[in-house]
Design a protein around this ligand. Structure first.
Ligand SMILES: Nc1ncnc2c1ncn2[C@@H]1O[C@H](COP(=O)(O)OP(=O)(O)OP(=O)(O)O)[C@@H](O)[C@H]1O
Ligand SMILES: [Mg+2]
Length: 233
């Protein structure tokens, strides 16, 4: 057995252990959350300092819950079924899921979908997960009342045809020193971020034979681009 195989078996085992540990943590965590809810129910009988510390505990437990959720998604080897899918349809689904979150900050989610892009062979859920993270990141980076534009198009690069999915924001942008770090596990600039969004996107897209690139300028904004090789079927 080669060193690489042993290494990859160890990683698989570690992944399984992590997933089961996370499930185990979840049960007591739910109990804590329920009890905190119960304490909050007696709000009017409690001094304000206690209410404040219960609020802090609730925020902390929600953060643990989010972390677990993301780690589980990261560890999980979900089904790998692929299909010929319209990326325009999945984009519309993603926009519907995020529109309320954007409108709370008066951010306009614009879509410019090219009806003629060919269908792509991919796993629908994984692609939805990827673009939900990319559009969420764009919303998070945007200033209130900005627009975020999501586009699809076909493009020919070096005589090969590609299907392109792109999200563009005019938000805070990414400092040059951070640009190499954003795909690292756990790199985040957000108080409630896990920093697993982009590494997960990258590995899911690699499974789907697609590439993820970005360009960004601090103070100007960012564009994240997915390119699929078009198979002309
Ligand atoms: N469109 C963007 N504009 C500016 N910075 C971005 C953008 N997308 C990603 N980043 C930077 O990359 C970091 C990592 O993003 P990633 O999606 O991996 O994690 P996150 O969004 O911080 O957390 P999570 O996705 O788990 O909620 C972000 O915290 C942010 O600093
Ligand atoms: Mg993210």
């Amino acid at each position: 057995m080669s060193v690489d195989t042993i290494q990859s078996n160890k990683l698989k085992l570690l992944g399984k252990l992590t997933a089961s540990l996370l499930h185990e943590i979840r049960n007591p965590l739910s109990a804590i959350m329920l009890n905190l809810d119960l304490i909050k129910y007696y709000n009017s009988e409690l001094p304000p300092e206690v209410i404040e510390s219960v609020d802090d505990c609730q925020k902390a437990t929600e953060r643990i819950e989010d972390l677990i959720q993301n780690l589980l998604q990261y560890a999980r080897r979900s089904n790998n079924e692929t299909d010929w899918i319209s990326i325009n349809d999945i984009t519309r689904q993603a926009i519907n899921l995020l529109i309320i979150r954007a409108s709370k900050r008066s951010i306009d989610l614009k879509i410019e979908l090219d009806d003629s892009v060919p269908k792509v062979l991919l796993n629908e859920n994984k692609f939805l997960q990827v673009i939900l993270n990319l559009i969420s990141n764009a919303i998070d980076a945007s200033h209130n009342k900005n627009s975020v534009v999501v586009r699809t198009l076909s493009s020919v690069i070096d005589e090969k045809q590609f299907v392109i999915w792109e999200v563009k924001d005019n938000g805070v942008g990414i400092a040059e020193t951070d640009q190499q770090k954003i795909f690292e596990d756990f790199f985040t600039s957000k108080p409630d971020g896990t920093g697993l969004g982009l590494p997960v996107c990258k590995s899911l897209l690699e499974e789907m034979n697609a590439k993820l690139n970005f360009s960004s300028k601090l103070g100007v904004g960012s564009t994240f681009t997915i390119s699929f090789p078009a198979n002309n079927n």
